[in-house]
Design a binder for this molecule. Structure first.
Ligand code: IMP
Length: 193
């Protein structure tokens, strides 16, 4: 079975291609010749995930999944959440986002946080969603150079180091994205068209 992963983020593709699955082959947008910036205009991860998968489904009419992820920090009332990519404002980069996060948490007693991923799958004209959560905490400074996004400042529960000090196999032992995608894989393995 062919399935398209609706993302332009090469790190996400790498992480997901590391997971083992049967029955289907994952194609990236690049591999199916689609070069568009998919909008993320909504105020929930769920709605943004749906937006991404339905945009690509309308273009291809093929089975497609997407995911949207946010970093939810307890002491910040769940921020940056759905705005994780643009926390420091439009046009700012990831370093700006991390600087803002560490600044906002400077005097906060709790640094508890979680990554939350919502996967949206459209297959046979129907949508299904899967969620994965990874609990952990935010460090006081950046540490490590692997991965992407907020990885240098996030330590998952059960580890004593940041995601950015792990290779993909190690990160996938904890990862929010892995948990959501594993549900997707289980669903697809059982799926009868
Ligand atoms: P999106 O799902 O691509 O919209 O990601 C939202 C923001 O969260 C971006 O700034 C990403 O860099 C960041 N992000 C998403 N997944 C991860 C992850 O697994 N580790 C660290 N940061 C992530």
């Amino acid at each position: 079975m062919k399935i398209i992963f609706a993302t332009n983020n090469k790190n996400k593709v790498e992480e997901i291609k590391h997971l083992s699955h049967q029955k289907f082959q994952i194609f990236t947008l690049e591999e199916v010749g689609i070069d568009i910036d998919i909008p993320e205009p909504h105020d929930t991860l769920e709605a943004n995930a749906t937006e991404k998968s339905s945009t690509i489904y309308k273009l291809t009419n093929e089975a497609v999944f997407s995911e949207d992820t946010g970093l939810e920090v307890h002491a910040l009332g769940g921020a940056p959440g759905v705005k994780s990519a643009r926390y420091a404002g439009e046009g700012r980069n990831m370093q700006d986002n991390i600087d803002k996060l560490l600044h906002e948490l400077k005097d906060k007693p709790s640094r508890a946080a979680q990554f939350r991923t919502v996967v949206s799958l459209i297959i046979g004209g129907k949508e299904y969603q899967f969620e994965g959560i990874c609990k952990g905490h935010i460090t006081h400074e950046m540490d490590g150079s692997n991965g992407f996004g907020y990885d240098p400042v996030f330590i998952p529960e059960g580890s004593n180091t940041t995601f950015a000090n792990m290779d993909i196999t190690e990160k996938n032992k904890f990862s929010h994205r892995k948990k959501a995608v594993q549900q997707l894989i289980d669903f697809l393995n059982a799926y009868q068209a």
